[in-house]
Ligand binder design. Structure first.
Ligand code: G1P
Length: 300
């Protein structure tokens, strides 16, 4: 068996303008919007860390300083909590800085997800890396990223996470053409298309925001012209890798995910996610769930 270069780094693109959440995101990055009481981006860093990826590069842009502050120590706040003897909150405040080693690079211009990934080139170097998009949260009980790293260790190349979505939603995602492999949850990806109209989609297997990417992607991204929406698309670069053999950065495999994914990308999905997370919290559910039931009766 070939020993493939291990995956140790994660890249988290966080340079989006967050226009769907204005005015909240005028001065606050959308990645910092709380899911109950924790910013969405913290769940993503926790997920990377729990898959063993302790080197996390954030690709940020304008207005993102609060992300850096969140993953840093906050001595003043810590002193106050310490003086009060509030150990619980103290550990909550310290936790983000202890999850992983965070690095930052800025994406000068908003030229798309592919361009954001290209900004990671220097930090990542010639090694495979994971890429996690903050709009998709994966339940911590479902070890998707760990499985994807395992698949990369077996097959080399790149690995994307795929989830079946209803036909009318395919135009929101990158969509894959797939072939079965000997492993039930792994497919070979033979083609990809970014956000196709429903009637042109090759399947209803959509890319959800988790990738393990071969470093050959950087050279491909440098030569990928703007695609859908005039932006440099990661999907287009992965499509090129999918057509290549293992000598040149291919193949691309997909892990079929049937677990729990929470979309926080638009307002309705965000609301659903907050309610689901609150209903799953031991400290909140006993009061929140009965209230929610009553409230639903009241408004129906
Ligand atoms: C991005 C990708 C798309 C993928 C999606 C997953 O799109 O371009 O291929 O399916 O993330 O959330 P975005 O949602 O950023 O427009």
């Amino acid at each position: 068996m070939v020993d493939f270069d291990p995956v140790t780094k994660a890249v988290v693109p966080a340079a989006g303008l967050g226009t769907r959440f204005l005015p909240a995101t005028k001065a606050t990055p959308k990645e910092m919007l709380p899911i109950v009481d924790k910013p969405a981006i913290q769940y993503v860093v926790e997920e990377a860390a729990s898959a063993g990826l302790l080197d996390v590069l954030m690709v940020t842009g304008k207005n993102k300083r609060s992300i850096e502050d969140h993953f840093d120590r906050a001595f003043e706040l810590e002193e106050v909590l310490e003086a009060k003897g509030d150990e619980h909150r103290l550990s909550q405040v310290r936790e983000p800085a202890s999850l992983a080693t965070l690095h930052y690079v800025r994406q000068g211009e908003p030229k798309g997800l592919g361009h954001a990934v290209l900004c990671a080139k220097q930090h990542v170097g010639g090694h495979p890396f994971a890429c996690l998009l903050g709009d998709d949260l994966i339940d911590q009980r479902d070890h998707l990223l760990r499985r994807m790293v395992e698949v990369r260790d077996t097959f080399g190349g790149s690995v994307i996470a795929l989830m079946e979505v209803p036909k009318e939603q395919v135009s929101l995602y990158g969509v894959a053409t797939i072939e079965a492999t000997s492993e039930a949850d792994v497919v070979r990806v033979t083609d990809l298309v970014e956000k196709p109209p429903a009637n042109e989609a090759p399947s209803n297997w959509a890319i959800i925001g988790r990738y393990v990417i071969d470093p050959a992607i950087f050279e491909v991204l440098e030569n990928t012209p703007p695609g859908r929406g005039g932006e440099i698309q990661l999907t287009d670069a992965l499509r090129t890798l999918a057509s290549r053999g293992s000598e040149e950065g291919g193949p691309v495999h997909g892990v079929l995910f049937r677990g729990r994914r929470y979309d926080t990308g638009d307002k309705l999905d965000y609301l659903r996610t907050v309610v689901k997370f609150a209903a799953g919290r031991e400290d909140l559910a006993p009061e929140f769930v009965p209230w929610l039931r009553e409230f639903l009766d009241e408004i129906s």
